[in-house]
Design a protein around this ligand. Sequence first.
Ligand code: ADP
Length: 497
Amino acid sequence: MNNDVDAIRILVVDDERDIREGSERILKRIGFIVHIADRGDVALKVVKEVHPAIVLLDLKMPGMDGMEVLEHIRQMDEGILVIVITGYATVETAIMAMKQGAYDFIPKPFEPDQLRIVVNRAAEKIRLTRDARKLEEEKTRTLSDLDTEKSRIRTIIESLPDGVLVTNASGKVVLINPSCKQLLNLDPDMGPGRQIEDYVPDETLSKLVMEISKGKHVDYGDIPDHEFNLATDTYLRARAQPVLGERKECLGAVLNFVDISTMKVLDRLKSEFVAKVSHELRSPLSTIHEQLAMVIGDLVNSAPQQDHHILTRAKEKTQGMISLIGDLLDLSRIEEGIICHEPKSIRLDDLLTNIVDFLSSRAAASSQSLTLNLPPQSLPEITADPLALESIFGNLITNAINYTQEGGRIRVDVDMAGINIRVKVVDNGFGMAEKHLDKIFDRFYRVKDDRTRYITGTGLGLPIVKGLVDSLGGIIEVESTPGEGSTFTVLLPAQNA
Ligand code: ADP
C-alpha cells in the first residue's frame, strides 16, 4: 500500500505541536502519506493542494475553529473523511461534528494504538470505496467496449459489397444490408421486419430459406448454392446457411448474394464459341471420315498391311473427333435449353426395349449379358423429347458396356417409385472409388486407372445425361464400388401417375 497510487494521504490539523508531529510519526510508520497544518486556514490550503483522503481535525483551535474548517472541507469535497479530535469535555461537540458530516472522532489525549485503529477504519472504508469505484468503471468500460464492437460489426456488414440478409427462426428478415437491397432491386428505405418472400423474388430460394430457418438443414455441407435471375438481366448466386446458437439450435438463416451476371455472359460466350467451332468442324471431319472409309475399301487388297493399318487408325481417330463434336453440340443445346423442344407422350418401356435391342449386339461382342426387366403392369407415359430419353439411356447403357469386363452382366431394371418412373442401369464392371462419384457429371472428367485408361471417350456423356435429366425435372444418382460394379438410377416424373 506504499505505492503512490494506492497510498492514502492524511492531513493532521492541530495547533498542539506534540499531537501534530506525534500523529505524523505514527501514521507515516504504518504507510500513510502525511501532511500537517497548525491552523484552519493553512489546513484548507493543503486540502486544496494535495486532496487528502482523510483529515484528522482538532476542533478547538485559535483562529478559524474546527467546525468551520469541517464545513469548508465538506463543501470542497464530500468524499474526504474527517476524523475530529476532541477533548473529554467536548464530546457533545464531537457528536455535533458527526451530525455535520464528520466520519468519526478520537478523544484527546489518545494512545498511538487508538489513533491507528480509528485511522485504519477510515482507510479501510476509503479502500473499499476506491475498489467499488474501480469495479463500476470497469463495468462501464466493458459495456462501452461491447457497444463499440457491435457498432463496428454493423458498420462492416453495412459496407460489404456482397448482399447479406439474415432471418429469424420463423423466416422473418431481421437484417438486410444496403448492397443486398441494391442487388435485389429493393427500395433503399425498405427495412427488415417482413417475411423472406417480400424481399426475395425467387420462390425456390424463399422455400429453402424457410426450411433452413426452421432448422431442417443443420449440416452446413448439404445446402447447395442457388442461382436465379431477376426480371432485369441480373443473375444472382445465393449461398444460405443456418445460424446456430450455442446449443446448436437453429436461430435462423444467413444469406449471402453475389452478382454473377458477368460470369453468366462469359459462360454464354464460351458456349457459343464452342458450339460455333464444333459446327464448323463437323462437316469437313465427316467428309474426311467418309473419304478415309472409301480409300480403305478401295485399297483393301492392294495396299501393304502397314498402310491399311495407318488409314484404319486415322479413320478411328476422326470417328472419335466426330463423337466429341456431337457431344459438345448436344451440351451447348442443353445449356441453351433447346434440346427438349419437341415433347411427346412416350411409353418408356417401348423406348427402352428398342435401345436395349440396339445395344445388345455391342454387349454380345464383349460376351456380356444385357437384360431389360420391366414391371408386370404397364408404365404410365412420360412427356419428353424422345431424342433426350434416347440420349440419357443410350449413354448410361453404353457406359455400362464400356466400363464392364468381358463376360460381365448388365441389367436395366424399371419400376415405379411414387409418382416417378425409376430406371436403374446396373453393371458388375470396374466400378469407381467414392471420390470420383460427384465429379463424373462434370465436363471432361474421366476416371483414369489401369482398366479404363485405354477406353476411348470424351468425358461429356454424363454431363449431357445430367443436363437432360435436370431439364425433364428428374434426378440421377450413382452408387459404385471398385471391382464390383456401378448402379446409375434415374427418376423421371410420369404423367398422371
Ligand atoms: P466417357 O464415357 O466418354 O469417358 P462419361 O461422362 O460418360 O464420359 O463418363 C465419365 C467417366 O465416368 C468415365 O470416363 C468413366 O471413368 C466413369 N464411368 C461412367 N459410367 C461408368 C460405369 N458404368 N462404370 C464405371 N465407370 C463409369
